[in-house]
Design a protein around this ligand. Sequence first.
Ligand code: GDP
Length: 449
Amino acid sequence: GGKGEIIQIHIGQAGVQIANACWELYCLEHGILSNGRLMSKPCDDSFLTFFEFSGHEPCVQPRLVMIDTEPTVIDEIRTGAYRNLFHPDTLITGKDDSGSNFARGYNLMASELLDRAMNAIRRVADRCRSLRGFLVFRAIGGGTGSGLGTRIMEKLVEDFGKKMTVIEFLVYPSPSISPVIVEPYNALLATHFSMDCADVSFIVDNEALYDICANTLNVPAPTYTNLNRIIGQVVAAFTATQRFSGQSVSFQELQTNLVPYPRIHYPLINYAPLVPVTHSQFVNMSTAQLTGQCFHMSNQMVRCNPAHGKYMACVLLYRGDVAPNEINSALENIKRAKSFKFVDWSPTGFKIGVSQMPPVYVPNGDLAPTSRACVAISNNTNIRIAWCRLVNKFDKLYQRRAFVYHYVGEGLEEGNFNEASENICQLVHDYLEVDASAPVSNRGSDRED
Ligand code: GDP
């Protein structure tokens, strides 16, 4: 596309099932039928960010690779309504389950499957004119997304270099959604081993998503499909300025603005409006209201309280008919709020992106259709709470060495558990340090409070 291409990589059950939601929306947004056919002659080349011509014009295929250690989840795609959209070479499956075990995904399954996955990724990348980066989707609580996913992250950096932006969406484990006891192990091990590979990682907490569905959207018994559709809508809004015309924020700018230190790369991602489809007739949210709502805790994809932390940076990505003057006045209001604190070395700057393309909605979805939407991405120190929660659960298990032999039996060492726990504790500490940070040395003297 005019803006360069982005490749999506979906790993493991969660990663692949999220693909369903993402690509269903992308197709609707770009006027692409479920068999990959462009509905009409495209009025611009915005679809080329995520799609390429398949060789059977006017059909296109997604720039993606899906990978799973076992075939059942991807087989559903191979036989489902979108089976002709995806090129078979981009759907990679093994024959064996990773058994919710990071070590299995990382060591055992890795070799052959990893080669096939990387070959598939390279082929898709070779067909890009100016590849801008990768979006990786995986859960960190299972075995495949966490273990094999970490291998893929390592390889992406090795093969494509640090210049290529790698952004992750990580499904964060929630014991109320998944009963697997060892998820805290998998999640911390995956985070430890892949921390340096990602430029930006968004934590998507299943419990937060569940609450959004159950409480905000009045969905009686939310399923993964409901949760994934929220993720899809957020990702579509996040990538809108990468595709459609307007005022864009490049991946490079995103990273430069959001990430002051390489490890501090876990921003909050919030979305508005979240209005149940049953209330469609009442939705007429102004740009100002939308912006305000985007900073509500109930619109966060992860549970923590930003008012208890400090902001380092904010990027707001709007789509649809938004009024720039309303954005500015809404931002003034937000900055004035007592609960809104920036670290003293950051200029309280908001980076704004706007794409003219309004949000698009799936039929029979949970969200009320609206003409404008907003994603707020903010690096806030209180995200450390999410890591603390996980470390506590990890420690409870590890104090008794519960289930550790499963991991040692698959090639991990006990030392890796200690390292992982220490690394994430250090991350929590890093955030605390930012929270308490004094002004930086030479320009500090006049800024003390
Ligand atoms: P893997 O295939 O071994 O990586 O295992 P999963 O992807 O199933 O990872 C398990 C974690 O992902 C658990 O925390 C599940 O609650 C979560 N999970 C599984 N499927 C989905 C899904 O479709 N959507 C979401 N949001 N979470 C999922």
